[in-house]
Write a protein that binds this ligand. Structure first.
Ligand SMILES: *Cc1c(COP(=O)(O)O)cnc(C)c1O
Length: 404
Protein backbone atom coordinates (compact mmCIF):
# COMPACT_ATOMS: atom_id res chain seq x y z
CA UNK A 1 0.00 0.00 0.00
CA UNK A 2 0.83 3.65 -0.29
CA UNK A 3 3.27 5.02 2.23
CA UNK A 4 3.39 8.45 3.75
CA UNK A 5 2.13 11.29 1.59
CA UNK A 6 1.50 14.95 2.10
CA UNK A 7 -2.15 15.69 2.56
CA UNK A 8 -1.87 19.04 0.84
CA UNK A 9 -1.44 19.07 -2.90
CA UNK A 10 -2.76 15.62 -3.46
CA UNK A 11 -3.18 14.62 -7.07
CA UNK A 12 -5.99 12.41 -5.97
CA UNK A 13 -7.16 10.99 -2.69
CA UNK A 14 -9.71 8.54 -1.40
CA UNK A 15 -11.16 9.91 1.81
CA UNK A 16 -12.36 7.14 4.09
CA UNK A 17 -14.96 8.22 6.63
CA UNK A 18 -14.57 5.83 9.56
CA UNK A 19 -17.44 7.54 11.39
CA UNK A 20 -19.70 6.59 8.50
CA UNK A 21 -18.39 3.02 8.63
CA UNK A 22 -19.16 2.76 12.34
CA UNK A 23 -22.63 4.16 11.67
CA UNK A 24 -23.17 1.54 8.98
CA UNK A 25 -22.18 -1.25 11.39
CA UNK A 26 -24.71 0.07 13.90
CA UNK A 27 -27.42 0.37 11.23
CA UNK A 28 -26.79 -3.22 10.15
CA UNK A 29 -26.73 -4.56 13.70
CA UNK A 30 -30.11 -2.94 14.31
CA UNK A 31 -31.56 -5.12 11.52
CA UNK A 32 -30.20 -8.44 12.72
CA UNK A 33 -32.49 -11.22 13.83
CA UNK A 34 -32.26 -11.90 17.59
CA UNK A 35 -29.11 -13.85 18.46
CA UNK A 36 -27.25 -13.00 15.25
CA UNK A 37 -23.88 -11.23 15.28
CA UNK A 38 -22.08 -9.32 12.57
CA UNK A 39 -18.96 -10.35 10.67
CA UNK A 40 -17.23 -7.40 8.98
CA UNK A 41 -15.88 -8.63 5.64
CA UNK A 42 -12.59 -6.81 5.06
CA UNK A 43 -11.17 -8.85 2.16
CA UNK A 44 -9.38 -7.10 -0.70
CA UNK A 45 -8.12 -4.36 1.60
CA UNK A 46 -11.67 -3.78 2.86
CA UNK A 47 -13.02 -3.36 -0.68
CA UNK A 48 -10.31 -0.77 -1.28
CA UNK A 49 -10.99 1.19 1.92
CA UNK A 50 -8.00 -0.10 3.95
CA UNK A 51 -8.30 -3.38 5.87
CA UNK A 52 -6.78 -2.45 9.20
CA UNK A 53 -8.48 0.89 9.91
CA UNK A 54 -11.81 -0.49 8.71
CA UNK A 55 -11.44 -3.69 10.77
CA UNK A 56 -10.73 -1.64 13.88
CA UNK A 57 -13.62 0.75 13.26
CA UNK A 58 -16.03 -2.13 12.62
CA UNK A 59 -14.97 -3.90 15.84
CA UNK A 60 -15.35 -0.61 17.73
CA UNK A 61 -18.92 -0.38 16.51
CA UNK A 62 -19.80 -3.91 17.64
CA UNK A 63 -18.80 -6.30 14.86
CA UNK A 64 -17.86 -9.63 16.50
CA UNK A 65 -16.01 -11.31 13.65
CA UNK A 66 -13.83 -10.34 10.70
CA UNK A 67 -13.84 -12.13 7.38
CA UNK A 68 -11.22 -12.26 4.65
CA UNK A 69 -10.81 -14.23 1.45
CA UNK A 70 -7.16 -15.28 1.67
CA UNK A 71 -5.21 -16.53 4.67
CA UNK A 72 -2.60 -13.86 4.00
CA UNK A 73 -5.17 -11.13 4.49
CA UNK A 74 -6.20 -12.70 7.79
CA UNK A 75 -2.60 -13.19 8.98
CA UNK A 76 -1.85 -9.52 8.25
CA UNK A 77 -4.69 -8.50 10.58
CA UNK A 78 -3.35 -10.78 13.33
CA UNK A 79 0.17 -9.41 12.81
CA UNK A 80 -1.26 -5.93 13.35
CA UNK A 81 -2.60 -7.01 16.71
CA UNK A 82 -6.25 -7.76 15.94
CA UNK A 83 -7.47 -10.45 18.34
CA UNK A 84 -11.12 -10.81 17.26
CA UNK A 85 -12.14 -14.06 15.56
CA UNK A 86 -11.23 -14.05 11.86
CA UNK A 87 -12.60 -16.44 9.24
CA UNK A 88 -10.70 -16.80 5.95
CA UNK A 89 -12.26 -18.86 3.24
CA UNK A 90 -10.23 -18.97 0.06
CA UNK A 91 -7.56 -21.64 0.40
CA UNK A 92 -5.31 -23.07 -2.28
CA UNK A 93 -3.11 -26.17 -1.87
CA UNK A 94 0.14 -25.27 -0.12
CA UNK A 95 -1.32 -22.24 1.68
CA UNK A 96 -0.09 -21.42 5.22
CA UNK A 97 -2.34 -23.69 7.30
CA UNK A 98 0.18 -23.98 10.09
CA UNK A 99 0.57 -20.20 10.41
CA UNK A 100 -3.22 -19.99 10.42
CA UNK A 101 -3.45 -22.50 13.25
CA UNK A 102 -0.79 -20.69 15.25
CA UNK A 103 -2.54 -17.36 14.66
CA UNK A 104 -5.83 -18.84 15.86
CA UNK A 105 -7.63 -18.20 12.57
CA UNK A 106 -10.87 -19.91 11.63
CA UNK A 107 -10.11 -21.65 8.35
CA UNK A 108 -12.74 -22.66 5.85
CA UNK A 109 -12.68 -26.19 4.47
CA UNK A 110 -14.71 -27.04 1.35
CA UNK A 111 -13.11 -30.32 0.30
CA UNK A 112 -11.16 -33.37 1.41
CA UNK A 113 -7.84 -32.01 0.11
CA UNK A 114 -8.14 -29.04 2.46
CA UNK A 115 -9.08 -31.22 5.42
CA UNK A 116 -6.00 -33.39 4.74
CA UNK A 117 -3.72 -30.31 4.60
CA UNK A 118 -5.14 -28.73 7.75
CA UNK A 119 -5.02 -31.94 9.82
CA UNK A 120 -1.42 -32.52 8.76
CA UNK A 121 -0.52 -28.96 9.76
CA UNK A 122 -2.31 -29.41 13.09
CA UNK A 123 -0.31 -32.55 13.87
CA UNK A 124 2.91 -30.71 13.00
CA UNK A 125 1.96 -27.74 15.13
CA UNK A 126 0.74 -29.91 17.99
CA UNK A 127 -2.38 -27.77 18.18
CA UNK A 128 -6.05 -28.07 17.28
CA UNK A 129 -7.10 -26.19 14.15
CA UNK A 130 -10.32 -24.18 14.10
CA UNK A 131 -12.12 -25.05 10.87
CA UNK A 132 -15.48 -24.15 9.37
CA UNK A 133 -17.07 -26.49 6.85
CA UNK A 134 -18.45 -24.70 3.81
CA UNK A 135 -21.34 -26.19 1.85
CA UNK A 136 -22.31 -25.37 -1.71
CA UNK A 137 -26.06 -25.01 -1.23
CA UNK A 138 -26.50 -23.82 -4.81
CA UNK A 139 -24.05 -20.99 -5.55
CA UNK A 140 -21.96 -23.26 -7.72
CA UNK A 141 -18.65 -21.70 -6.71
CA UNK A 142 -16.65 -22.69 -3.61
CA UNK A 143 -18.07 -25.10 -1.02
CA UNK A 144 -18.74 -28.81 -0.73
CA UNK A 145 -21.48 -30.32 -2.89
CA UNK A 146 -24.36 -31.89 -0.93
CA UNK A 147 -23.45 -35.27 -2.44
CA UNK A 148 -19.93 -34.99 -0.98
CA UNK A 149 -21.06 -33.55 2.38
CA UNK A 150 -21.40 -36.89 4.24
CA UNK A 151 -17.79 -37.84 3.44
CA UNK A 152 -16.43 -34.40 4.47
CA UNK A 153 -18.52 -34.28 7.65
CA UNK A 154 -17.51 -37.81 8.67
CA UNK A 155 -13.81 -37.07 8.09
CA UNK A 156 -14.03 -33.76 9.96
CA UNK A 157 -15.82 -35.45 12.87
CA UNK A 158 -13.13 -38.14 12.97
CA UNK A 159 -10.47 -35.42 13.03
CA UNK A 160 -12.29 -33.77 15.94
CA UNK A 161 -12.22 -37.04 17.84
CA UNK A 162 -8.50 -37.35 17.03
CA UNK A 163 -7.98 -33.80 18.36
CA UNK A 164 -6.54 -32.24 15.20
CA UNK A 165 -9.50 -29.98 14.41
CA UNK A 166 -12.48 -28.36 16.03
CA UNK A 167 -15.38 -27.57 13.67
CA UNK A 168 -16.36 -24.09 14.80
CA UNK A 169 -18.74 -23.28 11.99
CA UNK A 170 -21.01 -24.55 9.26
CA UNK A 171 -21.64 -22.09 6.49
CA UNK A 172 -22.59 -21.32 2.91
CA UNK A 173 -23.06 -18.39 0.52
CA UNK A 174 -26.01 -17.12 -1.57
CA UNK A 175 -26.03 -16.76 -5.35
CA UNK A 176 -28.93 -14.33 -5.93
CA UNK A 177 -29.81 -12.69 -2.61
CA UNK A 178 -29.55 -9.29 -4.34
CA UNK A 179 -32.49 -10.20 -6.60
CA UNK A 180 -35.65 -9.85 -4.52
CA UNK A 181 -37.77 -13.01 -4.57
CA UNK A 182 -35.32 -15.07 -6.62
CA UNK A 183 -36.39 -18.71 -6.10
CA UNK A 184 -32.80 -19.94 -5.63
CA UNK A 185 -32.55 -18.08 -2.31
CA UNK A 186 -35.31 -20.05 -0.57
CA UNK A 187 -34.00 -23.24 -2.16
CA UNK A 188 -30.49 -22.57 -0.82
CA UNK A 189 -31.90 -21.93 2.66
CA UNK A 190 -33.70 -25.28 2.58
CA UNK A 191 -30.51 -27.10 1.55
CA UNK A 192 -28.52 -25.25 4.22
CA UNK A 193 -30.99 -26.32 6.94
CA UNK A 194 -30.65 -29.92 5.78
CA UNK A 195 -26.85 -29.91 5.62
CA UNK A 196 -26.54 -28.26 9.05
CA UNK A 197 -28.95 -30.82 10.54
CA UNK A 198 -26.94 -33.62 8.95
CA UNK A 199 -23.64 -32.37 10.42
CA UNK A 200 -25.14 -31.81 13.85
CA UNK A 201 -26.59 -35.31 13.83
CA UNK A 202 -23.10 -36.59 13.04
CA UNK A 203 -21.91 -34.98 16.27
CA UNK A 204 -20.63 -31.61 15.12
CA UNK A 205 -21.47 -28.73 17.46
CA UNK A 206 -20.69 -25.50 15.59
CA UNK A 207 -20.28 -22.19 17.40
CA UNK A 208 -21.71 -20.38 14.38
CA UNK A 209 -23.90 -21.20 11.39
CA UNK A 210 -24.07 -18.53 8.70
CA UNK A 211 -25.12 -17.91 5.11
CA UNK A 212 -26.17 -14.23 4.82
CA UNK A 213 -24.19 -11.63 2.86
CA UNK A 214 -25.13 -7.92 2.71
CA UNK A 215 -28.30 -8.29 0.63
CA UNK A 216 -29.54 -11.12 2.87
CA UNK A 217 -28.56 -9.21 6.01
CA UNK A 218 -30.63 -6.26 4.77
CA UNK A 219 -33.69 -8.11 3.54
CA UNK A 220 -33.90 -11.75 4.77
CA UNK A 221 -33.94 -12.09 8.57
CA UNK A 222 -34.76 -15.80 8.26
CA UNK A 223 -31.24 -16.24 6.83
CA UNK A 224 -29.37 -14.61 9.73
CA UNK A 225 -28.73 -17.70 11.92
CA UNK A 226 -25.81 -16.89 14.30
CA UNK A 227 -23.89 -14.48 12.05
CA UNK A 228 -24.22 -12.35 8.94
CA UNK A 229 -21.20 -11.63 6.75
CA UNK A 230 -21.52 -8.08 5.47
CA UNK A 231 -19.07 -6.48 3.08
CA UNK A 232 -20.49 -3.89 0.73
CA UNK A 233 -23.10 -2.59 3.18
CA UNK A 234 -20.36 -1.78 5.72
CA UNK A 235 -18.90 0.55 3.16
CA UNK A 236 -22.28 2.25 2.83
CA UNK A 237 -23.12 0.95 -0.61
CA UNK A 238 -26.38 -0.80 -1.44
CA UNK A 239 -25.79 -4.29 -2.90
CA UNK A 240 -28.16 -3.44 -5.75
CA UNK A 241 -30.49 -0.62 -6.71
CA UNK A 242 -33.28 -3.21 -7.14
CA UNK A 243 -33.10 -3.83 -3.40
CA UNK A 244 -33.04 -0.17 -2.39
CA UNK A 245 -30.68 2.77 -2.11
CA UNK A 246 -28.02 3.25 0.56
CA UNK A 247 -30.15 5.95 2.16
CA UNK A 248 -33.20 3.68 2.29
CA UNK A 249 -31.15 1.21 4.31
CA UNK A 250 -29.70 3.93 6.57
CA UNK A 251 -26.21 3.42 5.10
CA UNK A 252 -23.71 6.13 4.24
CA UNK A 253 -20.99 5.62 1.59
CA UNK A 254 -17.59 5.62 3.28
CA UNK A 255 -15.28 6.46 0.36
CA UNK A 256 -15.03 9.84 -1.41
CA UNK A 257 -12.69 9.92 -4.42
CA UNK A 258 -11.39 13.40 -5.22
CA UNK A 259 -8.73 14.79 -7.53
CA UNK A 260 -7.25 18.23 -8.03
CA UNK A 261 -7.74 19.71 -11.49
CA UNK A 262 -4.25 19.64 -13.06
CA UNK A 263 -4.74 21.92 -16.08
CA UNK A 264 -7.43 24.25 -17.39
CA UNK A 265 -7.23 25.44 -20.99
CA UNK A 266 -9.23 27.05 -23.75
CA UNK A 267 -9.52 25.10 -27.03
CA UNK A 268 -11.27 25.89 -30.32
CA UNK A 269 -14.39 24.23 -31.73
CA UNK A 270 -13.81 20.79 -33.26
CA UNK A 271 -10.76 19.93 -31.13
CA UNK A 272 -10.30 16.17 -30.62
CA UNK A 273 -9.94 15.11 -26.98
CA UNK A 274 -7.77 12.26 -25.67
CA UNK A 275 -6.75 9.01 -27.41
CA UNK A 276 -8.79 8.12 -30.48
CA UNK A 277 -10.49 11.53 -30.53
CA UNK A 278 -13.72 9.93 -29.33
CA UNK A 279 -14.84 13.39 -28.24
CA UNK A 280 -14.70 16.57 -30.29
CA UNK A 281 -15.49 19.94 -28.77
CA UNK A 282 -18.84 21.11 -30.15
CA UNK A 283 -17.76 24.75 -29.78
CA UNK A 284 -14.89 26.75 -28.37
CA UNK A 285 -14.68 25.59 -24.79
CA UNK A 286 -12.61 25.08 -21.65
CA UNK A 287 -11.17 21.67 -20.85
CA UNK A 288 -10.19 20.49 -17.39
CA UNK A 289 -7.57 17.78 -16.90
CA UNK A 290 -8.26 15.32 -14.07
CA UNK A 291 -5.07 13.50 -12.99
CA UNK A 292 -6.55 10.05 -12.28
CA UNK A 293 -6.83 7.20 -14.78
CA UNK A 294 -7.38 3.50 -15.15
CA UNK A 295 -4.12 2.75 -13.34
CA UNK A 296 -5.82 4.34 -10.34
CA UNK A 297 -8.92 2.23 -10.86
CA UNK A 298 -11.02 4.74 -12.78
CA UNK A 299 -12.72 2.32 -15.19
CA UNK A 300 -11.86 2.88 -18.84
CA UNK A 301 -15.27 1.47 -19.69
CA UNK A 302 -16.71 4.71 -18.32
CA UNK A 303 -14.96 6.73 -21.07
CA UNK A 304 -17.36 9.37 -22.37
CA UNK A 305 -19.79 8.67 -19.52
CA UNK A 306 -18.29 8.82 -16.02
CA UNK A 307 -19.68 11.70 -13.95
CA UNK A 308 -17.47 14.21 -12.07
CA UNK A 309 -18.50 17.16 -9.89
CA UNK A 310 -16.29 20.08 -10.77
CA UNK A 311 -17.00 23.81 -10.74
CA UNK A 312 -20.38 23.26 -9.10
CA UNK A 313 -21.73 21.00 -11.82
CA UNK A 314 -21.65 17.32 -12.66
CA UNK A 315 -19.77 16.91 -15.96
CA UNK A 316 -19.09 13.80 -18.00
CA UNK A 317 -15.71 12.38 -18.94
CA UNK A 318 -14.88 13.74 -22.40
CA UNK A 319 -13.34 11.06 -24.61
CA UNK A 320 -11.24 8.19 -23.37
CA UNK A 321 -9.99 7.63 -19.86
CA UNK A 322 -6.22 7.10 -20.11
CA UNK A 323 -3.87 5.33 -17.73
CA UNK A 324 -3.20 8.35 -15.54
CA UNK A 325 -5.61 11.07 -16.57
CA UNK A 326 -8.81 12.08 -18.30
CA UNK A 327 -10.49 15.27 -19.46
CA UNK A 328 -13.80 16.95 -18.72
CA UNK A 329 -15.41 19.63 -20.90
CA UNK A 330 -16.11 22.52 -18.56
CA UNK A 331 -18.01 24.54 -21.19
CA UNK A 332 -17.98 28.33 -21.16
CA UNK A 333 -20.46 29.24 -18.44
CA UNK A 334 -19.49 31.38 -15.42
CA UNK A 335 -19.07 28.22 -13.29
CA UNK A 336 -16.54 26.87 -15.78
CA UNK A 337 -14.63 30.14 -15.88
CA UNK A 338 -14.23 29.97 -12.13
CA UNK A 339 -12.47 26.56 -12.29
CA UNK A 340 -8.72 26.91 -11.79
CA UNK A 341 -5.87 24.45 -11.52
CA UNK A 342 -6.04 22.87 -8.06
CA UNK A 343 -9.84 23.03 -7.89
CA UNK A 344 -11.45 19.92 -6.46
CA UNK A 345 -13.04 17.37 -8.77
CA UNK A 346 -15.18 14.81 -6.96
CA UNK A 347 -15.64 11.53 -8.83
CA UNK A 348 -17.83 9.95 -6.20
CA UNK A 349 -18.86 10.22 -2.58
CA UNK A 350 -21.93 9.91 -0.37
CA UNK A 351 -23.90 11.96 -2.90
CA UNK A 352 -25.39 14.54 -0.57
CA UNK A 353 -23.25 17.46 -1.71
CA UNK A 354 -24.23 17.08 -5.34
CA UNK A 355 -21.42 14.68 -6.17
CA UNK A 356 -21.99 11.41 -8.05
CA UNK A 357 -21.85 8.08 -6.18
CA UNK A 358 -19.94 4.86 -6.79
CA UNK A 359 -23.28 3.45 -7.96
CA UNK A 360 -23.37 6.16 -10.67
CA UNK A 361 -19.88 5.15 -11.82
CA UNK A 362 -20.94 1.51 -11.80
CA UNK A 363 -23.78 2.35 -14.12
CA UNK A 364 -21.48 4.35 -16.41
CA UNK A 365 -19.00 1.47 -16.59
CA UNK A 366 -21.65 -1.26 -16.79
CA UNK A 367 -20.46 -2.96 -13.62
CA UNK A 368 -21.31 -3.06 -9.90
CA UNK A 369 -20.32 -0.51 -7.27
CA UNK A 370 -18.32 -3.23 -5.48
CA UNK A 371 -15.85 -3.17 -8.36
CA UNK A 372 -15.66 0.62 -8.49
CA UNK A 373 -14.44 1.06 -4.90
CA UNK A 374 -12.39 -2.15 -4.72
CA UNK A 375 -10.33 -1.29 -7.78
CA UNK A 376 -9.19 2.13 -6.61
CA UNK A 377 -5.47 1.46 -6.77
CA UNK A 378 -2.57 1.79 -4.35
CA UNK A 379 -1.34 4.94 -6.10
CA UNK A 380 -4.30 6.77 -4.57
CA UNK A 381 -3.62 7.54 -0.91
CA UNK A 382 -6.37 6.74 1.58
CA UNK A 383 -7.00 9.65 3.90
CA UNK A 384 -8.83 8.63 7.06
CA UNK A 385 -11.36 11.08 8.42
CA UNK A 386 -14.10 10.77 10.96
CA UNK A 387 -17.40 12.22 9.84
CA UNK A 388 -18.50 12.45 13.46
CA UNK A 389 -16.11 15.32 14.12
CA UNK A 390 -14.58 16.04 10.72
CA UNK A 391 -11.06 15.38 11.97
CA UNK A 392 -8.44 14.06 9.61
CA UNK A 393 -6.98 11.01 11.31
CA UNK A 394 -4.13 9.92 9.09
CA UNK A 395 -3.02 9.08 5.61
CA UNK A 396 -1.93 5.97 3.83
CA UNK A 397 -2.77 2.32 3.87
CA UNK A 398 -0.75 1.33 6.89
CA UNK A 399 -3.47 1.91 9.42
CA UNK A 400 -1.81 4.75 11.29
CA UNK A 401 -4.29 7.05 12.94
CA UNK A 402 -7.04 4.53 12.47
CA UNK A 403 -8.95 5.54 15.54
CA UNK A 404 -7.00 3.96 18.33
C1 LIG B 1 -17.40 -11.15 -0.31
C2 LIG B 1 -18.13 -12.15 0.51
C3 LIG B 1 -19.11 -11.74 1.43
C4 LIG B 1 -19.59 -10.32 1.54
O1 LIG B 1 -20.49 -10.04 0.49
P1 LIG B 1 -21.24 -8.64 0.40
O2 LIG B 1 -22.23 -8.81 -0.68
O3 LIG B 1 -20.20 -7.62 0.07
O4 LIG B 1 -21.84 -8.42 1.74
C5 LIG B 1 -19.67 -12.70 2.25
N1 LIG B 1 -19.30 -14.00 2.15
C6 LIG B 1 -18.39 -14.42 1.26
C7 LIG B 1 -18.03 -15.85 1.18
C8 LIG B 1 -17.79 -13.51 0.39
O5 LIG B 1 -16.89 -13.95 -0.51
Amino acid sequence: MTGTVHTSALRGRAEIDLGALRGNVRALRARLAPGAGLMAVVKSDAYGHGALPCARAALDAGALWLGTATPHEALALRDAGIRAPILCWLWTPGDPWREGIEAGLDMSVSAMWALREVTRAAREAGRTARIQLKADTGLGRNGCQPADWPELVAAARAAEVAGTVRVTGLWSHFACADEPGHPSTAAQLDVFHELVAYAEKAGIEPEVRHIANSPAALTLPESHFDLVRTGIALYGISPSSELGSSAEFGLRPVMTLTASVALVKRVPEGHGVSYGHRYRTPAETTLGLIPLGYADGVPRHASGKGPVLVGGEVRRVAGRIAMDQFVVDLGTGPDADAVREGAPAVLFGPGDRGEPTAADWAEAADTIAYEIVTRIGPRVPRVYVDGADGQEEGVGGDGRGAGR
